[in-house]
Design a protein around this ligand. Structure first.
Ligand SMILES: Cc1ncc(COP(=O)(O)O)c(C=O)c1O
Length: 507
């Protein structure tokens, strides 16, 4: 992709080719069949069978395609209970890539979060009136954090300027906001957790300058500074691409500098390690005490601290994975695909969060489906519409997860944003798949104004930030929805002149 166009002939060959394929079984489904499937899934995309999904942009977590080196490393998995050689490789890889000394295993990111927060609570660092501050915590991190302390998402001014505001590092944690929080709550802020890139905040990166400044401030004020490092490599790519002074530095060097500023990190290996499962908690050499304090939590919840809920083969795949994903050609290809999808949607006038995130494209559904009442969950309605029209699965991140609601799922205070997130799995889909999704959006776009009603929650609703996974809904007006789907499917949107120039193969 180039800045002024959508597609161009790339200067460099992509960093991989494919040798194993998986059929898309849902390719033959009609929109009418998908409408029935949605009904039997109680209008919740998490309840659809993956066999009925054509393009799955629900998440980039654990859904990546591993390399041949990762698959072959798995054959070397040592499944010993204690002292597995696969753990030694896992530990050595994390030490080498991050420079952090102490490594604890976890079966995935949320287990790593539990280990860290339980360890901090056992030392009395986290208490019910203490505060964990963040640019924004992921929902499971928020879930574990609120178990032990109060969690505050601070974001930054550029993020709050809205989806259309362009800034290089909208994933920063505003230092001005952190200082104000500390000032208002003397001695209470014990932990700062910077999510890189910020999944809840549009997959946006934090700058090295922000990381450095936060680190300095936290040290001066006796606050522990951690990364939620799920997408650390993608964050490093944006630093290289956008921050003065980093263009010539290798990704691995940038990663080492990033981690040199923190006390530790939690890590979901399902993202930037490009593994299907796994995680870790990391601590700098200054925190041997914390490392030992966290070990009982690993033993209680995950298993011995030389496997922590993973098979030896998983640790092998992760050790290999983090080495490969911290290479520039891989990241350029992976993030370039997300940026291409972003550009193709933006070109159609779809209100996408700008600039493109590293792992996903976020659509401002509040802005996009204005005719649907806010109370009827615009982002979830858009997810259902997208699936019905083209079999594309994406997830709502907004009111259903974060609004204040009563026990029946009625919104009492809307969430600050209402996004539809399309997360792109790593190395899974091709250019043709991305173009297919852009084409489905052309149809959605053509019919969206006819969509006047959304969904209503039915049945049990726990109101606990996890309802989106399993709550049941119904369409407020089935006829209106079906008519809008029919309109979309019948639409034959053409490429506009600018797209035609760029998308047609030259004669
Ligand atoms: C930023 C971030 N942190 C933590 C997690 C939790 O990781 P896991 O799904 O491996 O438990 C996720 C998962 O999507 C995430 O995006």
């Amino acid at each position: 992709m180039n800045p002024e166009g959508l597609l161009s002939f790339p200067d460099e060959v992509p960093s991989f080719k494919t040798k194993m394929t998986e059929p898309i079984r849902a390719a033959g489904l009609s929109a009418a069949e998908r409408l029935k499937l949605l009904k039997s899934a109680n209008y919740n995309v998490f309840s659809l069978s993956s066999a009925d999904v054509s393009i799955d942009f629900l998440t980039d977590s654990g859904t990546g395609a591993m390399s041949q080196e990762q698959w072959s490393a798995m054959m070397l998995g040592d499944e010993s209970y204690a002292g597995a050689t696969s753990f030694a490789k896992f530990e050595a890889a994390f030490r080498r890539i991050t420079g952090l000394e102490f490594v604890l295993p976890a079966h995935q990111g949320r287990a790593a979060e539990r280990t860290l927060f339980e360890g901090l609570a056992s030392l009395g660092v986290l208490t019910p009136d203490s505060i964990i501050a963040s640019n924004a915590l992921f929902d499971t991190t928020m879930g574990w954090g609120t178990h032990f302390a109060r969690c505050v998402n601070l974001y930054c001014d550029a993020f709050d300027a809205g989806h259309a505001f362009e800034a290089d590092f909208k994933g920063n944690l505003g230092l001005n906001r952190l200082k104000a929080l500390v000032g208002e709550n003397p001695g209470k802020v014990k932990v700062v957790m910077l999510t890189i890139t910020n999944n809840t905040g549009g997959g946006q990166p934090a700058s090295m300058q922000n990381i450095r400044e936060l680190s300095g401030y936290c040290r001066q004020n006796g606050i522990l500074f951690f990364f939620d490092a799920a997408r650390f490599a993608e964050n490093a790519f944006f630093i290289k691409d956008r921050e003065p002074g980093y263009a010539e530095k290798p990704i691995k060097e940038i990663v080492l500098e990033m981690f040199s500023y923190v006390d530790g990190a939690t890590f979901s290996a399902k993202k930037d390690a490009r593994a299907n499962i796994g995680g870790a908690v990391l601590f700098s050499s200054r925190h041997e005490g914390l490392f030992f304090a966290c070990r009982p939590s690993v033993i209680r919840n995950e298993g011995l601290f030389t496997y922590g809920g993973m098979a030896g083969r998983d640790m092998e795949a992760i050790a290999q994975g983090i080495d490969e994903t911290t290479e520039y050609p891989y990241l350029k290809n992976r993030i370039g695909q997300v940026q291409l999808l972003h550009a193709l949607l933006e070109k159609q006038g779809i209100p996408v969060l700008k600039p493109s995130g590293g792992h996903a494209v976020y659509i401002d559904a509040r802005e996009y489906l204005k005719a649907v009442p806010e109370a009827e969950y615009r982002a979830d309605t858009l997810a259902l519409f997208l699936y019905a029209v083209g079999g594309v699965r994406a997830v709502a991140i907004g009111n259903m997860m974060y609004a204040e609601k009563d026990g029946a799922g009625r919104i009492t205070k809307p969430a600050s944003s209402e996004f539809l997130r399309m997360a792109v799995p790593r190395n899974v889909y091709s250019l043709e798949h991305v173009l297919y999704v852009a084409g489905v959006f052309k149809k959605v776009h053509a019919a969206r104004e006819g969509l006047s009603y959304g969904i209503e929650v039915v049945g049990t609703f726990r109101n606990d930030h996890f309802d989106h996974f399993d709550c049941k809904s119904k369409l407020v007006d089935e006829g209106n929805f079906a008519a809008a789907v029919a309109h979309a499917v019948a639409a034959k949107p053409a490429l506009d002149a600018a797209e035609r120039v760029r998308l047609e193969v030259p004669k």
